[in-house]
Design a binder for this molecule. Sequence first.
Ligand SMILES: [Zn+2]
Length: 355
Amino acid sequence: MQKRIWSALTLAVCVAAAPQVPVDAQEGRGRGLAAGGTIAGAGRGYPTPEQYAGSKEAQAHVARARAIAGSDPKLLARFENACGPLGPQRPALEAQNAGQKPAPPQPVEPVRIFDNLWYFGFNTVGAWAIQTSDGIILIDALNTVQDAETLIEPALRKVGLSPADVKYVIVGHGHFDHFGGAPYFQDKYKARIALSALDWDLIERPNPNANPAQANRPRPRRDVVVSDGQTITVGDATVTLMVTPGHTVGTLAYLIPVKYRGQPLTVLMLSGANITPDRASLTAFNRALDAAKAAGAQALINGHPGLFGDELGWMDQLRKNPNGPNDFVYTKDQFAKFIDIMKECAASRVVAMGL
Ligand SMILES: [Zn+2]
């Protein structure tokens, strides 16, 4: 984390995975942010490195998080990722902050993470498919209708799933790289499209900064308006949705029931990267994490591989050896500790800002 504090020093005025970035400034291809104007860092949802290092209260939270990790190497790595003035960062942004050129977005082979959960998409942003006894629930739909047609649809078929069985697309938050392909499934397969109320507003509100190409890009028509705690059931799977404002005003967190080697397992999905710019968002974040702990969650996923750990590496390992080690999985006790670490780290940033 020491390295991350120093790199943050150069970062304060650059880039971070930010709250409330203008819709069109965010695109999974890693370009938007660099080109898309100033975003977070100090004063916009994050403490400065000086505030963070200088706050006794913040450092007390960091020390507690460190102690929870103990000598468990997996939890220590999560602690390093979750704490710090900026918290978890997308690899593309970390590269940019370090003055390096981020890896160009490359389509990746679909990969089965759990018995009925797949990842599709790019090395920078992706979508997830949950197979149920009565159809498919998609989480996010990449950047564009072209991505949905040329990447998600063939990937579904490649793993033996039918695009026509997509019943829902539950979009994590109102940025293009998450809802861009949703109109394709809405129009062609009559899939239901779900977003939180505030993020429906976000995507429907014209963005004055958008360039014409982006401004005219199709958006899904308002459909399922998700409220905090709402569940969506398809067949034998009930997904629980929680509103965790921070990255956008209506970012969602999910509890997803899957099967892992035939046994039930609960997955937590955080669509907004632990961003808690104020007390209210910290409270909502903690409520979602408490629900995950109560559900006995054992894995964490998101839309940007590399945000919470070497997810691309873990995926590659599973492609090569599907029945081998799965680094997405924690024991229930380990994941409960991971949750406490994420809570302490998020609190450390809020108190460092004097909030
Ligand atoms: Zn976003």
